[in-house]
Design a protein. Structure first.
Length: 228
């Protein structure tokens, strides 16, 4: 019996042996090549030990785009995509992400040194898996995203990640994943007891320099330059 395949990824290795990892998921219709150019802008120490992994989403038909096949972590069934959700697709991509965490563990990076990150659709998957992951993770990065498949979150969330550090950023002018959707995610997480470091910027569905700088500072805080 063959084991499930790992998603193909763009991987940026540090200059010294990796002692931490950031697994970063792109948005709808994009690829793992989207975010690697941001890494040098994070302001990390030159000798940091963080491996950055940028997986490519599978290509599937997307309903709201007329069934066009494109990279997507799950189908978007309707424009109220925070309410009408392809839950099997969300769970399937979360399983892909769990396998990527497992590969890092096989390569010597324990889960508590792994950060999950994602933009838009990718952020929804990172959030879904991080709160349910059975082993403690280092942190969670939510960029211009929302909560998908919330129905069983209270029952499924893992005690190991009840205090996971969360960095959340959103644009006040975002026409795709609106600012109120980002705020609703923040409020939902807060109501469940999670501590969210919230950032908002006068931007649309994108990332900006100030956001990248803040994220770099947060990563240095949660991962440091060397393991404890």
């Amino acid at each position: 019996m063959t084991s499930p395949l790992l998603l193909e990824s763009v991987v940026l290795e540090p200059t010294r042996p990796a002692d931490a990892a950031v697994i970063w998921l792109h948005g709808l219709g994009a690829s793992g090549f989207d975010f690697p150019p941001i890494v040098p802008e994070l302001g990390l120490p030159r000798d940091h030990g963080i491996r950055f992994v940028f997986p490519h989403a599978p290509k599937i038909p997307v309903t709201v785009n007329g069934g066009m096949v494109m990279p997507a972590w799950y189908d978007i069934l309707a424009m109220d995509f925070d309410r009408k959700v392809d839950e099997p697709g969300v769970r399937g991509s979360a399983e892909h992400l769990a396998r990527l965490i497992g590969r890092e563990q096989e390569r010597g990076i324990p889960p508590e040194r792994v950060v999950l990150a994602g933009f838009s659709q990718g952020g929804a998957i990172a959030l879904h898996q991080a709160l349910r992951h059975p082993d403690k993770l280092a942190g969670l990065v939510l960029l211009s995203t929302y909560i998908a498949a919330d129905c069983d979150l209270e029952n499924e969330r893992a005690p190991a990640n009840s205090e996971i550090p969360i960095f959340q950023a959103h644009g006040t002018q975002d026409p795709m994943v609106t600012h109120p959707m980002g705020m609703a995610a923040r409020e939902r997480l807060g109501a469940l007891g999670y501590q969210v470091q919230w950032h908002e910027y006068p931007m649309e569905h994108q990332v900006v320099t100030e956001e990248i700088t803040a994220l770099g500072a947060w990563l240095r805080d949660v991962l440091g330059n060397t393991p404890e």
